[in-house]
Design a protein around this ligand. Sequence first.
Ligand code: SF4
Ligand code: SF4
Length: 103
Amino acid sequence: MNAPAEFALPKVNVEEKLFQDRYRVDVGKPHIKVRDAGVCASCAAKPCTVCCPAGCWSIDEDGGIDLMVDGCLECGTCRLVCDEGNVDWNYPRGGFGILFKFG
Ligand code: SF4
Ligand code: SF4
């Protein structure tokens, strides 16, 4: 039996990849919202803050959630990891959001 071939994953610089995207902000109309900020404040694990590849979710100084959807990749991860169902997730309106074709 032959030994398995060596397999190495390619190294990827996420910041470099993200820099190749473009984003059209729909000012005043975020396509993702938190349904109830109080639920986030009492959410112990806050998985949304570590799972978003674009870093849109962070913990604010009061222990709540700060959500900035500019740069969102529309992957849907934040909605899936929130066990509380507290993420109101929609695609951006037509003409807004992420453009992937530059990299
Ligand atoms: S996982 Fe859900 S409830 Fe918890 S902080 Fe994130 S959005 Fe809020
Ligand atoms: S859809 Fe993906 S990129 Fe956008 S905020 Fe949620 S986890 Fe982040």
